[in-house]
Design a protein around this ligand. Sequence first.
Ligand code: MLT
Length: 330
Amino acid sequence: MLRARCEVRQTTGLKEPELAARLGDVDALVVRSETKVTAAILDAAKSLQVVGRAGVGVDNIDVPAATARGVYVVNAPLGNIVAAAEHTVALTLALLRRVVDADRSVRAGEWTRSKFIGRELRGKTLGLVGVGRVGGEVARRAIGFGMTVIAHDPFATEASARAAGARLVELDELLRTADVISLHVPLTEKTRGLVDGAALAKLKPTAVIVNASRGEVVDLDALAAALEKGSIAGAALDVFATEPLPADAAIRRAPRTVLTPHIAGSTAEAQTNVAVDVVEQILDVSRRSSSTIGPRSSHSRTRDRSWSSTPSRFAPPRSRGSSRRSASSA
Ligand code: MLT
């Protein structure tokens, strides 16, 4: 889609200075979660009109800095929600049925069926922290497994939660009563560190926690300590405050864990969906950039309203007068 209209350059794994050095003449930049679009990157990209995030979260983009420089920020808010919801279910089942440990055991030549007695989802309570787009998809699937779904989300209405099959409760009640606690919040100042030692201390010893949202929402050291102590039954994590997960992270050695490398949104279908979503928006920005002034309605799609505190504004374009077009993906 893009190649038909502009020159496309593709790079991966660059450090900030190397990336900055390549962006001088770039009009559009597309990133996933690994690349941090900082003020320094934006300053180096003198012709930049738009940053596209091929995914939901825009927390790796300095949106205020982009806004201040007149650079649009667009994302792909819908393309990978099913992938994220399905991975959440996969993590939960892998944890409760001990799929990873059992696989390792068979490969090691063992056949110890009694070591791997699992637990069922049927009849259990799922506590969703965040019942927006992904949380809602997880709720629908959990109901199919015979679970009761409760949710905490200050931005959801009773009606929207009910539509997903969930009953809204206070966070405290959710933490104290749920069997599976699954996080589906964007990273904001309100959600950073939300699941800390004090929150973990409220969980039932049989409860497990699943996080496929943002790593910074969970205090990993407190979680590792709770697992070591046996005060909670397990954790399945796809996201980490520092990615890649450092070799010395305590959570790597914690018992009853399943860890995946931020792949919840990565399915063949979702890759295509988010690429098409974000490219369509970039082309839209490029078409409108000479005439549009002020916030664009489509930007409201960048954020799931649940849990978002300050909706970021879509940057008004500044005239940079570039006649040629190039896009870079990093
Ligand atoms: C997202 O924000 O959409 C997810 O983190 C998925 C991803 O970046 O791969």
